[in-house]
Write a protein that binds this ligand. Structure first.
Ligand SMILES: C[S@@+](CC[C@H](N)C(=O)[O-])C[C@H]1O[C@@H](n2cnc3c(N)ncnc32)[C@H](O)[C@@H]1O
Length: 176
C-alpha cells in the first residue's frame, strides 16, 4: 500500500509535497477505525480524493467549502459535499451527528478556527481526532487558545518545516 505522503502527492494536495503532513497523519490516524471524516476547506477536491483512496471502503467523507462543488469529486459515491461556510449552523445541521476525524484546512483565521471548534467538537466521537492545519499562518489562533477551548485528552503539535505546522487534538471519553 502507498504511504499517505505518496497518495497526497499523487492527488496534488499541498498536504503532500509542500507541507509534508502525510507522516503526521499516519502517526495518529488509524485508517481502519475511521467511519466518517469531515474536512473544512475543499478547494479543488484533491485532499478528499486522497482520503477516499487511503481510507477503507466503509469510510464516508464530507467536505465543506463556500466554493461550488469541484468537478473532480462529482459522482464519487463516498464523498459528500456541502457548499457554504463552516460557520453556518444551518449547514452544520445537515451534517452527520458524529465524525471520527475532523480536519480544519479552511480559512486559517483565528475566529473561524475557534468558532468551528465550538460548533464541531460536540460532533467528534470520543477517542476521535480534531486536526487543525497550518497553525503557523499569521492570522491563525495561538496553539494554547485552540487547546484550551476544548480541553482535549491529548494534543500534539508537529512542525515538518517552517511553513508547515499541524495540531492534533484527541477527544476523551464522555463524562461519567
Ligand atoms: C487551503 S484550501 C483547502 C485545500 C484542501 N483541503 C486540500 O488539501 O487540497 C482552503 C479552502 O478553505 C475554504 N474556506 C475558506 N473559508 C471557509 C469557511 N468559512 N468554511 C469552509 N471552507 C472555507 C476556501 O474556499 C478554500 O477552498
Amino acid at each position: 500500500m502507498n504511504s499517505l505522503h505518496e497518495i497526497f502527492c499523487a492527488w496534488g494536495t499541498d498536504k503532500g509535497a509542500f507541507h509534508d503532513y502525510g507522516p503526521n497523519y499516519e502517526e495518529f490516524l488509524v485508517p481502519g477505525s475511521v467511519r466518517r471524516l469531515l474536512e473544512i476547506g475543499v478547494w479543488t477536491g484533491c485532499s478528499l480524493l486522497a482520503w477516499h483512496e487511503w481510507l477503507p471502503s466503509k469510510a464516508r467523507i464530507w467536505g465543506v467549502d463556500p466554493l461550488p462543488q469541484p468537478e473532480a469529486i462529482h459522482g464519487v459515491p463516498r464523498i459528500h459535499y456541502r457548499q457554504g461556510s463552516i460557520m453556518d449552523p444551518a449547514l452544520i445541521a445537515t451534517l452527520p451527528k458524529e465524525f471520527d476525524v475532523i480536519i480544519d484546512d479552511g480559512s486559517h483565521l483565528s475566529w473561524e478556527i475557534l468558532g468551528a471548534l465550538d460548533l464541531l467538537w460536540p460532533r467528534l466521537t470520543p477517542g476521535g481526532w480534531y486536526v487543525v492545519e497550518d497553525t503557523y499562518a499569521p492570522l491563525s489562533a495561538p496553539i494554547e487558545a485552540i487547546v484550551n477551548r476544548v480541553s482535549p485528552v491529548e494534543h500534539h503539535l508537529r512542525v515538518p518545516h517552517n511553513e508547515s505546522e499541524i495540531l492534533f487534538l484527541k477527544k476523551g471519553p464522555p463524562d461519567p
